[in-house]
Design a binder for this molecule. Structure first.
Ligand SMILES: NC(=O)c1ccc[n+]([C@@H]2O[C@H](COP(=O)([O-])OP(=O)(O)OC[C@H]3O[C@@H](n4cnc5c(N)ncnc54)[C@H](O)[C@@H]3O)[C@@H](O)[C@H]2O)c1
Length: 258
């Protein structure tokens, strides 16, 4: 028996990185996985790869910042698959700049993708989950350790991820008090070796040295790998966590314990 058997799960930013690992794991554990992204080639190839391993997956193009696309996407999923049980608001972008070096344009873009779109996705998910039979679902919003502690060169990213943390608690309280049987939680990974973090490494001029420095920065001696985070997400998505809502799952190799 799989941990998310028969569940229909949407994963945004699902073409690569943490979204890819989460999609692969959820499909392996019995979910029908809908991956969305703006990287169509990667997304299609991943869905085909999951299918070739016997999993149920499909790719749909979605820009998470587009409000209208959210309603279309969720009604497409519910009409074809009957329901939606899990929404992982995972799509994100990083901008490595201090407050002094951040343009208003960059600030708005980072906050549109990382924060505003999490609001759009959570709201759209609630609308569908509260009206289906049986009612309910799990919404997992990917924040970051940058939603917990300050990082000098991630000004806009810090703001966007901090917003996800408290917004998720607000939504969790609302849906609990409304009796919708919906849970909302946030996940807070530290530096995990994905294309996003590799890009940060490239910006330092020495990706390998950056990798080594990340190892030294974490008490457990290494940066994360995508499956470290996917295992946390699937716990929150599954019925193993039916009494968990409004919580923040920190997966950080001990970084914020100091
Ligand atoms: N990798 C880490 O160390 C780390 C740590 C903490 C939090 N996170 C968060 O985890 C999530 C996944 O990050 P990742 O490391 O896998 O990054 P990634 O860059 O490898 O993947 C992010 C995905 O989001 C997609 N995306 C970006 N803008 C989009 C948009 N407007 N609409 C739809 N999709 C869009 C990208 O195309 C990409 O496929 C992000 O929210 C990120 O902030 C990552």
């Amino acid at each position: 028996m799989g941990r998310v058997d028969d569940k229909v799960a949407l994963i945004t930013g699902g073409a690569r990185g943490l979204g890819e690992a989460t999609g692969r794991l959820m499909a392996r554990e019995g979910a029908t996985v809908v991956l969305t992204d703006i990287l169509d080639d990667d997304g299609k190839a991943l869905a085909e790869s999951i299918q070739s391993e016997g999993g149920m997956a499909e790719y749909i193009r979605q820009d998470v910042t587009d409000e209208d696309q959210w309603d279309e996407l969720i009604s497409d999923i519910t009409s074809r698959h009957g329901r939606i049980d899990v929404v992982v608001n995972n799509a994100g972008v990083v901008h490595d700049a201090t407050v002094e070096d951040t343009t208003l344009e960059a600030w708005r873009h980072v906050n549109a993708v990382n924060s505003e779109a999490v609001f759009l996705g959570t709201r759209a998910a609630i609308k569908a989950m509260k009206d289906q039979d049986p009612q309910g679902g799990s919404i997992v919003n990917i924040s970051s350790v940058a939603g917990l502690v300050g990082i000098d060169n991630l000004a806009a990213y810090n703001a966007s991820k901090g917003a996800v943390r408290l917004f998720s608690k607000s939504a969790a309280l609302h849906v609990a008090q409304s009796g919708y049987n919906i849970r909302v939680n946030s996940v807070h990974p530290s530096y995990t070796w994905t294309p996003m973090v590799q890009h940060l490494g490239d910006n330092t001029g020495d990706r390998d040295a950056f990798f080594d420095a990340l190892g030294e920065a974490h008490p457990l001696g290494r940066p994360g790998v995508p499956m470290d985070i996917a295992y946390g997400v699937i716990y929150l998505a599954s019925d193993e966590s039916t009494w968990v809502t409004g919580s923040e799952l920190v997966i950080d190799g001990g970084l914020t314990a100091r």
